[in-house]
Design a protein around this ligand. Sequence first.
Ligand code: AQP
Length: 336
Amino acid sequence: MYKDKKVVFSGVQPSGQLTIGNYLGAIKNFSAYSEEYRCYYCVVDEHAITVRQNPADLRRRTYETLALYMACGLDPEKNVLFVQSHVSGHAELGWILDCYTMFGELSRMTQFKDKSAKNADNINAGLFTYPALMAADILLYQTEFVPVGSDQKQHLELARDVAERFNRIHGDTFVVPEPLINSTSSARIMSLAEPTKKMSKSDENENATVRILDPRDVIIKKFKRAVTDSGSEIRASEDKPGVTNLMSIYGAFTGKSFEETEREFEGKGYGDFKLAVGEACADALAPVQAEFKRLVADKKYLEEIMLKGAREAAHDSLRTMSKVRRKVGFTEMPRF
Ligand code: AQP
């Protein structure tokens, strides 16, 4: 707890150009917690290297992700905005928690199965132990709530299990975190090319994803090409995953329920509907894009924010780290 406020933590990997899945499932919701909670929003670059990255691209995207956080409304005065690798406690606690996380638990993670299938030539140990590092990110700040998309639910459950296991062995050490997954269908935005698969920033098929920073004409074109289902009705149902996904996206950007959207497009075809989704998305993202453009041009300012965030996060992480070190039996840190 920080000055009697409960803690919120979340992160996004700078592993590609962020998508509207990252936006609607996660970042867009972050600023709602800034007043009531002590919020840590991290650019998780250590997670990103579980998949091979071009170093120059990773560095650039780390700045861009921080700028996007702010462009999406996160005020650096009200939130701790920082880069994971700037706070050594993440890797340090990550290692300790590796020793409290079971091989069998990690083997069951669907993200590991998906990513190792996608990166068959680089199934490294970091990809496997990713959820233990994610548990460390969260537990390091005694986090109560973690706003994430529904794809991260399984990792969150593992973080809870690890916290409970550690607490059982060593006595109360960590707050056991709760996921905050929004209850609307935007908690899981699906690929526009294969609507039974989640939209992912690292998808190689550009038509599968809409990026937060895609220009208006590109956004509209991508929605026009989106895979729809047989029939022509605009109706949400299990046998219409393509249309249902587009209705979720439309609803997330306009605030309209499935029923309202069904009424609005009664008697109209997929073409009209897809154009409306593209326009709603482009309209909603335009102010974010303009603010991003302004922020990303000022590298010096972004570095000031990184420094401020790293200072605060490193300071706040020390309490947990010194408690954990003591509990596991490490000797006192020598003072250099
Ligand atoms: N399709 C999605 N729908 C809703 N939420 C999503 N999130 C990601 N994709 C969707 C949420 O975005 C946050 C940040 O995700 P991440 O960057 O840490 O990793 P990820 O979940 O692995 O996202 P990607 O886009 O699929 O990245 P890559 O392709 O690099 O693996 C999380 O809260 C996540 O739930």
